[in-house]
Design a protein around this ligand. Structure first.
Ligand code: AMP
Length: 140
């Protein structure tokens, strides 16, 4: 399977599709999931192309993991969370829908279930949640 340069996350990085951007460094980019399964649900992606963990290089994986840890600490603080769930899906049979490598970072609280997938968030709420994360990023 080859990488499609016109996947939605590639378009987001090129600025062709809007997003609530949270963070970027030389190698990774982070933004809010538009259909969050928990408040603060965000996505960490490498800036360079790869479909998923099956074709990613060690450098792409390492860069993503360092940013995943940073975002996990940020969402814990921003949402007064008690834990974090990471999700990653590779290829359609593995549950992947967007074919640019991404890691879901979800803040969790005891007894609060993830919401079902597929519900678009209100953009005001998405921005407010993004603001909470952006406010703590410098501290983590
Ligand atoms: P998956 O490939 O199964 O990990 O699912 C793709 C994820 O990307 C889902 O959680 C979607 O809600 C999310 N998503 C799809 N389009 C956008 C977008 N334009 N902005 C932010 N998140 C998106």
């Amino acid at each position: 399977m080859s990488y499609d340069n016109d996947n939605i996350f590639a378009k987001i990085m090129r600025g062709e599709v809007p997003c609530e951007k949270l963070y970027e460094d030389d190698n990774t980019f982070v933004f809010m999931d538009i259909m969050p399964r928990a408040d603060g649900h965000c996505l960490v992606i490498p800036k360079t192309p790869c479909r998923n963990i099956l074709d990613a290089s060690p450098a792409q994986m390492n860069a993503c993991m360092a940013t995943v840890q940073k975002m996990a600490r940020a969402v814990m603080k921003a949402f007064d969370a008690e834990g974090v769930t990471l999700q990653q899906f590779s290829e359609a049979a593995g549950g992947q829908e967007v074919f640019h490598l991404h890691f879901h970072v979800l803040p969790r609280r005891e007894g609060v279930k993830l919401r079902p997938p597929g519900s678009m968030e209100d953009f005001g709420v998405l921005k407010a949640n993004a603001d909470k994360i952006r406010a703590v990023l410098a501290e983590v």
